[in-house]
Design a binder for this molecule. Sequence first.
Ligand code: ADP
Ligand code: MG
Length: 247
Amino acid sequence: TEAALLAGEKLAVAGRLSATIAHEIHNPLDSVANLLYLLMLEENADKRTEYLQLAQQELGRTMQISRTLLSLYREPRAPVSIDLQQLIESVLLLLDRRIQQLSIRVDLQVLGPAQIEGFPAELRQVFTNILVNAMEAAGDGGTIVIALREAPSEELFSAGVLIEVADSGLGFPPASLEHLFQPFFTTKGDQGTGLGLWVSMGIVQKHGGTIRVQNGGSTSLHGAQVSIYLPLRALPYIPSGLIAANA
Ligand code: ADP
Ligand code: MG
């Protein structure tokens, strides 16, 4: 049946995903094991410090990967009322030190009510991921514009909030637009995990929302623009395969 096919497809995706994750985590752990072995044999103090620093770096990378993944699988509780303006301001506060260091100008435009129901910790993760990307793209002296407004009613749900984040960077690499939401896709080499957009999409979909990317969107900035639509009320999350199976 269609439901069985869907379930099979999901298992295949899950299998591929865990293989990818295992691979991503295995490589740095393997390096740590080797470095610890070398450390046991090494007597030179400088060399020992160097091995320890390298091991710390590799562990940092696996921690970054697991932290991002854990935020996606956090235990679901009941949705609560959220003021998206406050939520985004609290994320900006956390990022403030880096924003100051890079002299990035952030313009938060609240163009309408921005109250929804949802999962605040997860949405905070979404806006952290999107804003960190925007900061990395905008770079020194760059600009980020965040606009909040009521969503146009032609969307899936009758009412919601649209959040647009635009930056003054170079925009999404055009050749890779279709890969951006794939786990571990990154153009940042060792500096990236490639999990930010993928995790964000999972969380937004769980809220019944959508996330879109484009270059040179509605603002005067010519860089990347991410548009997130969130319905006023998050429906209880039921994997679509289950709905089909129970019907
Ligand atoms: P990461 O940031 O670790 O690379 P993400 O999933 O957050 O992983 O982003 C995936 C890729 O999407 C990035 O490597 C980059 O190529 C592209 N990207 C994301 N946000 C932006 C942006 N604001 N401007 C340009 N490119 C972006
Ligand atoms: Mg990122």
